[in-house]
Design a protein around this ligand. Structure first.
Ligand SMILES: [Zn+2]
Length: 433
């Protein structure tokens, strides 16, 4: 008999993983029922001999569900059960979720999530909703949003699927002038992106970006990748130079730092300051180019006609001396180990605001950058007045502390130092990078 496949969707406040169970009809049916039972469904056979399962879609994670899933792990060696177990392992008791024995579309997921928030927050919901609508209002009134956020179970492939029909969005070439044999990750794999793929990025452009611009962003994030355990290609277990070595003890979840004494300054008796000079020099204009490259990799190709100069710039055809600021914010660390990207395109003719900007969120860090050199902009937003008008708009983000803001006018590699303060507070040591 042919194999069959069923899909479960779990919607939490932040994620919406889908799990596929495939195999023989008999096996899949068995696991399907076991999973439903684990989530408290009642299954039985009615008078006409038809099996019916009935369960509650909106639930809160509980000790009971945890035990049921652990039990299922023992019963079944199916991959899907392991995935299911791992999803819930990251949740706390009382966290709300919704459970569907079917795949859901993006629109269905947002309806479910809204309903879930409503039930979870009860009477506070209206306050929450008006607060949320209010902080997003200025953005959604002015911009269309493209958003990608992929866990490990779904793949987003952007652009033309058929290889022979592809035209590279960065160089305009197609087969046989160029090739499309490699998987082009829209966001570098080293930042934890496995599943957001741009079809219409050719091998030559992909190799160029990887070697020449993306490396600067990846290098400047070395410390954070280690700190937050971002799993890139081959992982990241150590960050070292001739002056220091940082390793991560994954069992204790501690960072171990070995450093030469001359790099430590005692500020007062409770505070020491450490300077870590990065072993590689960083070209910050390339860091900016990389963020813009990510944005142009995920946007619908119809937008690209407005970014002809921008594309020449990210391909390093020229240096730009009139760039705006790039901001890095410290946001709450989430359990996500993959990046998410949002790209905003102005939907009106209000040139007081930039035509486009992007937000990249990686575990605890948020990058915000305007997409420069668009034919739809009248200015570069490189004066404080113009930039602040834009920054005011960003209420969902601009409440977070700024880690670094830079205007990378020099298109050259420069030395880069992390300043880290350690403060002795009670028994605990905290660091603020
Ligand atoms: Zn190309």
């Amino acid at each position: 008999m042919n194999d069959i496949k069923v899909t479960f969707t779990i919607v939490t406040l932040k994620h919406e993983p889908q799990i596929d169970i495939s195999g023989s009809y008999e096996n899949v049916l068995k696991i399907y029922i076991q999973v439903l039972l684990a989530f408290g469904a009642k299954c039985g056979v009615d008078e006409s001999g038809i099996m019916k399962c009935q369960g509650e879609r909106f639930q809160k994670y509980s000790q009971n569900i945890k035990e049921n899933l652990s039990h299922l792990m023992v019963l079944s060696s199916n991959n899907a059960i392991g995935q299911l177990y791992n999803i819930f392992k990251q949740m706390d008791f009382g966290d709300p979720f919704a459970f569907f024995p079917q795949p859901l579309t993006v629109d269905e997921i947002s309806v479910v999530r809204e309903e879930m928030i409503k039930r979870y927050l009860g009477p506070q919901y209206e306050n929450y909703k008006s607060y949320y609508d209010n902080i997003w209002k200025n953005i959604t009134n002015n911009y269309n949003i493209t958003h990608y956020e992929n866990g490990h179970n779904t793949i987003s492939s952007i652009g033309e699927k058929g290889k022979s029909k592809r035209i590279c969005r960065f160089c305009g070439l197609k087969i046989p002038e160029t090739t499309f044999n490699n998987k082009s990750h829209s966001i570098s794999e080293a930042l934890g992106n496995k599943n957001i793929i741009t079809n219409d990025e050719c091998d030559a452009c992909n190799a160029f970006f990887g070697k020449n611009i993306e490396i600067d962003l990846i290098n400047c994030l070395d410390f954070f990748r280690l700190f937050y355990g971002i799993q890139g290609k081959g992982g990241k277990k150590k960050f070292a130079s001739k002056d220091f070595e940082i390793t991560k003890d994954n069992i204790q979840n501690e960072l171990l730092l070995k450093i030469q004494e001359e790099n430590i300054a005692l500020e007062d008796k409770n505070k020491i300051k450490i300077q870590l000079k990065h072993p590689q020099k960083i070209n910050w204009q390339n860091v900016y180019r990389t963020l813009v490259k990510y944005a142009l990799s995920v946007c619908n190709e119809s937008y690209l006609q407005n970014f002809k100069e921008t594309i020449k710039w990210i391909k390093s055809d020229f240096s730009c001396k009139e760039l705006s600021w790039v901001t890095i914010l410290a946001t709450n660390k989430t359990s996500k180990s993959f990046p998410e990207i949002s790209v905003f395109f102005r939907k009106n003719e209000n040139t007081e605001l930039p035509y486009s900007f992007m937000v990249l969120e990686i575990n605890g860090l948020t990058f915000i950058a305007l997409i420069p050199l668009s034919s739809k902009d009248n200015c570069n937003f490189n004066s404080e007045l113009d930039f602040n008008r834009f920054w005011e708009l960003l209420k969902p983000y601009n409440q977070n502390p700024i880690l670094k803001r830079f205007k990378p006018l020099a298109d050259e590699a420069k030395e880069f130092t992390y300043d880290i303060s350690f403060e002795q507070r009670n028994e605990h040591k905290n660091n603020n990078a």
